[in-house]
Structure formats: C-alpha cells, structure tokens
Design a binder for this molecule. Structure first.
Ligand code: SAM
Length: 460
C-alpha cells in the first residue's frame, strides 16, 4: 500500500527506488500522491525520475513534477523547463514552470524570463516578474520590468507600480508622522471655494475625507455649465483631496443618480448616474476602489415615482421609488498594507478607537434621512458616525470639502476626532457658526475663518 512513510523511505534510498515505485502505479492519482508526499528534497537529490513525468498526460502530475524540480536548483533540468514554456497548454502548470525557474535564482534564466514577460496570461507575466525581482538592483532587469507600468493588465501594472514607483511620490512629501497632523487645520471651518482653500493645505495632512458633493443642478447651490463640467470640477477637487490625504487613507463619497426634470411635456426627464460616472475619474487619479455601501432610506421618506405606473401598469413605464444612495469607499493607492497604517498608532489610540458592538455587518445601511430648516441636504448623524468610526482613529483629522451644515465636523468632534471643513456658501457657513444652533461645533476651540483669514493664519 502507498503510504507517506514508504515514500519517505524510498526517497532516502534514491532515484531508482522512486522510479520503480512510479512505474508500478496504474493511475495518475497515485503518482500525484507520491509526488505530493516527497516533501523537502536535499540539494544533492537525484530527481531524474521526474523528467518523464513532465510529459505525463495528466496536468496535475506535470504540475507536481515541476514543483519538485523547483525544489532542486540543478541546472540540468533547465532545458526541460524551457521546453515546457513553449509547449505547455495548462496555465497552472505553466505558472509552476515559471516559478520553478525563478526559484533557481540563476542569472542564466534572465533571458527566458524576459521572453515570458510577453506571455498573454497576466498571471504568468506576474510570476516572471516575481522571478526577475530576485535579481535585486540589476539595471538590466529593471530596464525590462519598468516599461510594464503601461501593461494592459491592471494586476501587472500594480506589481510594477509597487516595486518601482510606489514609494517615490508618497511619504517623503510628508514631514509629519502618519498619526499626526498640523495644528492649524484642527477644528477649522473655512468659508471659501474648496479648490481655493486647498491650495494652502500641505500634502498628506488629512486622515479621512467624508463628503457629499453638490448635486448636478439639482439644487440652487450647484449650477454647472454642463454635466461634463460638473464631473471635471469634482475630479479637480478629489485630485486635491488625494494630494492632502495621508498615505493609504480613505475617501468616502456619498452620491446617487439624480434626475433632471423634463423641460416640457414633449421632452423626457434625464437621469445622471453620478456615482458611476465619477468612479473612473477617481480611479484614474490614484484612488483605489474599496467598497460600495448602500444607504437605504425608508419607503415613506422618498419621492413617489411609481404613481403613474401603478395606475396603468404599462411595461416600459416602470419607475421604482429610489430609496438608496451610494457611499463609495476609496483608499489612497499605496504599496503599504492597512496593517502599516494601523501600526502608525500607539496601543492606547488603537484600543480607544475600537469600533463598539452593534456595528453594521453588511453593505446595506438602513438609516432615516435627516431634514434641516436651513440646509436642504444634510447627512444624518448616524451615517457620519459609522463612516468616522469605521475609517478613522481617535485624534485623526477628518475633512469635508462640501461641509454644508457641518454634520461631518460635529460628529467627528463627538467621536474624539478633529475636523477640517470648507463651505463656499456664506449662508451655510454662518449657519454653522450661529450661536443659536445647539451644536458641538460651537464648543471650545472651533475656528471659523474666511479664506483670507485662513491664509493669514497659516502663513507666518
Ligand atoms: C450636499 S451639500 C453637503 C451637506 C452636508 N453633508 C451636511 O451634512 O450638511 C453640498 C455643499 O457643498 C457646498 N459647495 C458647493 N460647491 C462648493 C465649493 N466649490 N467649495 C466649497 N463648498 C461647496 C454647497 O454650498 C453645499 O452646502
């Protein structure tokens, strides 16, 4: 009977005993079992019995034979592996072949690995990249790898970006430790156009941005010459937000498709899918897509669109009531893992920032909307609470470029974070400032400033 013990015993006896054992097997499964059970192979191990298996009809046997060859760094196997690069049809096996060649760490293999970089399977290309990266600080290797930053496949581009471009334009711009930020941004509200204000905000100073941009022509505060102009305005804002965001930190954007009512009975209304149209602009500018969260409102709280359909039930006339909005979650692209971000905080802060029980487990958040006597589109505090608790630590700086009534700031403060807000409209700015509105914003050291005051405040 085939057992692991028997295989280990024969392995210690050498090549011929294993050859005999394999010859005796009638099915591929048993051969695969033998190959899988070989475990560690000493460098002087004679693996000749593996060579015929490289042409075995079953791909699993070929794969395991290659894997074992990869454990040996013997150059004599190279011609066989090279042959497989040209002839092997199974991608997993081919990937294993590239990995085996890579494990040999033999500079002779560089030429063949360069050739594999042209493979049409991106996973195989990535494997070849990995194999080439063992030749550290090798200029010739770099010359072959760097152009792959323009590879059509995003996985390949990302590996190259991380390796060669990832660290160059990130943290070196920042003079502050990750968990810290500038005092002159803490608990500050500036009355001004966000694009003007951000000109004075240093790189990498914000830990989290949560915002709801103005709607496209849906309310009086948001008149843009065209939808394209609107998207380009948002692109410019989120590009700046990217610059001032700390490495690997988050941006959460609340939007939803909006409807522009018809101008007359002979026209139809038009729906603009803002979250979907904005997404490519964000990704293009270095925001990595992380999650889509649906904010679901109760049926009774939204405009009735289904009325007309309910009467006649004519197909094509169907218009469901829209009870959802999107919270699109992005992270500033980085080669660092989230763990790196977390390790930038001390134990006490991590402990104090632990998300309490009762947190939301799905990406559908059922929250009632909030209505306000002055501002027509305010965030519910509960929505802000979740975003701030899930995506920031105590003491962090939370930014809202389109502050409105200041809900993000108020909630940030409530949760032991600092806030930085910009709001263009003086009425809303004054509203945030007003003494008669019971709000945390007015407590202690919140600074309300015009753009000029802000500039004088930060520039010595
Ligand atoms: C959807 S509202 C945000 C409401 C906010 N989330 C709240 O809880 O009150 C968008 C806000 O962006 C402001 N805004 C529009 N364009 C702006 C710009 N260029 N710079 C700064 N604020 C702007 C509008 O005046 C409006 O108050």
């Amino acid at each position: 009977m085939l057992t692991k013990e028997l295989i280990t015993e024969l392995k210690n006896k050498g090549n011929e005993s294993l050859q005999l054992l394999i010859d005796k097997q009638k099915d591929s499964k048993s051969i695969a079992f033998i190959l899988e059970s070989l475990g560690h192979l000493p460098q002087n191990f004679d693996g000749d019995f593996l060579i015929p298996l490289l042409k075995h009809e079953h791909h699993q046997v070929r794969l395991l034979a290659v894997k074992n060859i990869g454990k040996l760094t013997d150059e004599k196997f190279l011609p066989y592996l090279y042959q497989m690069i040209d002839n092997e049809t199974n991608t997993s096996v081919k990937r294993e072949v590239v990995s085996a060649i890579g494990r040999m760490r033999n500079p002779k293999n560089k030429e063949v690995l360069y050739k594999i970089l042209q493979d049409k399977d991106p996973k195989i290309v990535c494997q070849a990249i990995r194999a080439l990266l063992v030749f550290e600080n090798d200029k010739e290797v770099e010359q072959h790898l760097k152009p792959l930053i323009n590879h059509p496949n995003e996985m390949v581009r990302s590996v190259i970006y991380r390796q060669f471009f990832g660290n160059s334009n990130h943290s070196q711009n920042s003079t502050l430790p990750h968990a810290q930020t500038y005092d002159f941004l803490k608990n500050v509200v500036v009355n001004g156009d966000v694009l003007e204000v951000l000109k004075y905000v240093p790189n990498e100073s914000v830990h989290l941005t949560f915002t709801s941009p103005p709607y496209y022509n849906a309310r009086d505060y948001s008149i843009y010459p065209s939808y394209q102009a609107y998207l380009e305005f948002l692109e410019a804002v989120f590009k700046e937000v990217h610059r001032i965001t700390k490495e690997g930190r988050f941006l959460v954007v609340n939007t939803s498709p909006i409807i522009i009512p018809r101008v007359s009975r002979s026209h139809s209304s038009k729906r603009y899918p803002i979250p979907f149209d904005l997404h490519p602009y964000l990704v293009k500018n270095g925001w990595e897509f992380i999650d889509d969260i649906i904010w679901q409102k109760p049926d009774y709280s939204v405009k009735n669109r289904i009325g007309g359909f309910m009467q006649h039930r004519k197909p094509l006339m169907y218009k469901p009531n829209t009870v959802t909005e999107y919270l699109m979650v992005y992270r500033k692209e980085t080669s660092k893992l989230i763990d790196w971000n977390i390790r930038s905080y001390d134990k006490e802060t991590i402990e104090a920032s632990r998300v309490p029980e009762g947190y939301e487990k799905t990406n559908i958040w059922k929250i009632d909307p909030c209505f306000d006597k002055v501002h027509s589109a305010v965030f519910p505090v509960e929505l802000c609470k979740r975003v701030i608790q899930y995506y920031s630590f105590k003491g962090d700086l939370v930014f809202d470029p389109f502050a409105g009534s200041g809900t993000v700031g108020k909630t940030a403060k409530l949760l032991g974070r600092k806030f930085f807000l910009t709001e263009k409209d003086t009425t809303y700015f004054e509203y945030m400032k007003s003494k008669d509105k019971p709000s945390l914003l007015q407590e202690d050291n919140t600074k309300f400033m015009s753009l000029t005051e802000f500039v004088n405040f930060i520039l010595p």
